[in-house]
Design a binder for this molecule. Structure first.
Ligand SMILES: Cc1ncc(COP(=O)(O)O)c(C=O)c1O
Length: 352
């Protein structure tokens, strides 16, 4: 690993605004490794700067790109610590495989993530719910217009001190019955830009109608609940936790999997299964479904207060922020922030 003096100077001279928002303030450093001739270069940590791209850079035309989203916490100086970073590394390479991109070795991925976090440790916010959001990504940097897999790539890591994602509490979701996010055999399980680009039109319509997030249904039956555009979905029905089972059209969320383990360890029954939207609506209407929530790295756990169909039908949850959602969120965040003992061994404390 090479760390430039400019990067060290940049971080030393950095001052963080009080109100950071989400993803707006970037640390003034970035890690870069280049893949060329079948090999990875060493990681270089340098001053954050603009990239110079040739207009025929393949990512600009064919979207060969993947990314991850992960966090380091430093609540009350308990860190900085990363939450399940190896899970992000594994998923990054699964996404890369689907998008015909080279594997990024553990030492490159983790080395870059840890070095950026360590150099930026003074700027990992310390209040509860705040963190350093870390964005590893890789894209086809080869330049030419041929539609074939690139042979040159850049792997990079940038990071942003962040506050709470949904500062406003619960969210209202729109059931998307027209557009689809992913189909079987496609790339829905990969964290690649195209999936997010494809969700934006629905996001615009959702906002226009006064709601916050899209709830995606299966392309196969237009019935099975899949996920939100950047979060997985859970419901509490008759006091038990239900979530759509993972398929190749759903992103296998690390927060989702952690909540499942946590809930089971608390004695809660968890069902990973096909969930139909018709059944969900009936369960909300007859009161057996008391809580719904979304989860992901950025938002941790965010309660869903209501679901909506285009054309005016609203399905309001009994609890806007129910006891099970609240308890799971507090416990997960407690582990992430090391204010609760991490009996699962999920946190990786950086300590040099
Ligand atoms: C489409 C999608 N689903 C679910 C998630 C939640 O995944 P995780 O909990 O690993 O952040 C994310 C966020 O990464 C996402 O982008």
């Amino acid at each position: 690993m090479n760390i430039t003096q400019e990067a060290i100077d940049a971080i030393e001279n950095f001052s963080m605004p009080d109100n950071v928002g989400f993803g707006k303030v970037m640390l003034p450093i970035m890690a870069v490794a280049e893949y060329k001739d079948g090999q990875w270069s060493q990681v270089e940590v340098k001053k954050y700067e603009k990239l110079q791209l040739d207009p025929t850079c393949k990512v600009l035309h064919y979207g060969q790109e993947i990314f991850e989203g992960m966090k380091a916490y430093n609540y009350k100086d308990n860190g900085p610590n990363l939450f399940r970073p190896l899970e992000n590394w594994k998923r990054f390479n699964l996404s890369g495989k689907r998008m015909a991109m080279p594997e990024v070795p553990e030492e490159i991925f983790m080395g870059a993530v840890e070095e950026v976090t360590w150099l930026g440790r003074k700027f990992v916010p310390k209040r509860s719910g705040e963190s350093l959001y870390i964005r590893p990504f890789m894209f086809a940097s080869e330049c030419n217009l041929g539609i074939k897999p690139a042979e040159e790539f850049l792997f990079m890591v940038v990071a942003s001190p962040v506050g709470s994602y949904f500062a406003g509490g619960s969210i209202k979701v729109l059931i998307e019955r027209d557009m689809i996010r992913a189909c079987s055999g496609g790339m829905g399980a990969a964290k690649t830009g195209g999936n997010y680009a494809g969700s934006l039109l629905s996001a615009i319509e959702t906002k226009k109608l006064g709601y916050d997030q899209t709830l995606w249904l299966s392309a196969t039956d237009k019935e099975s609940i899949e996920e939100m555009s950047g979060m997985n979905f859970f419901a509490v029905i008759n006091g038990e936790l239900h979530t759509p089972e993972i398929t190749d059209t759903i992103l296998n969320g690390i927060t989702r999997n952690s909540l499942i383990e946590l809930a089971k360890s608390e004695g809660l029954k968890v069902h990973e299964r096909r969930m139909s939207i018709t059944e969900m609506i009936s369960a909300i209407q007859d009161g057996s479904c008391t809580e719904c929530f979304a989860c992901g790295t950025a938002a941790i756990l965010t309660p869903i207060s209501s679901m909506h169909d285009r054309g005016g039908k609203d399905y309001i949850l009994k609890e806007e922020y129910g006891p099970i959602a609240r308890d799971l969120r507090d416990k997960l965040l407690g582990i992430q922030e090391l204010s609760i003992e991490d009996k699962f061994n999920w946190t990786k404390l950086l300590n040099r």
